[in-house]
Design a protein around this ligand. Structure first.
Ligand SMILES: [Zn+2]
Length: 59
């Protein structure tokens, strides 16, 4: 009985909070060679902040 998947919108898991959201409403951010998905702008911004912290190495 694998009928559920046919008509359902594909979902993706948010990179930050791991919430599954429909791909059509997910926020995306392109990395160096991949695309990250997020449930909303909150998580997208949080992820970007973390990335910037990682980039800027305190010397
Ligand atoms: Zn999220």
């Amino acid at each position: 009985m694998a009928t559920n998947d046919d008509n359902e919108t594909p979902t993706i898991a948010c990179e930050v909070c791991l919430t599954e959201v429909p791909a059509s409403v997910a926020q995306t951010a392109e990395g160096p060679d991949y695309v990250q998905h997020f449930c909303g702008l909150d998580c997208l911004e949080r992820w970007q902040e973390q990335g910037e912290k990682t980039k800027q190495k305190p010397d």
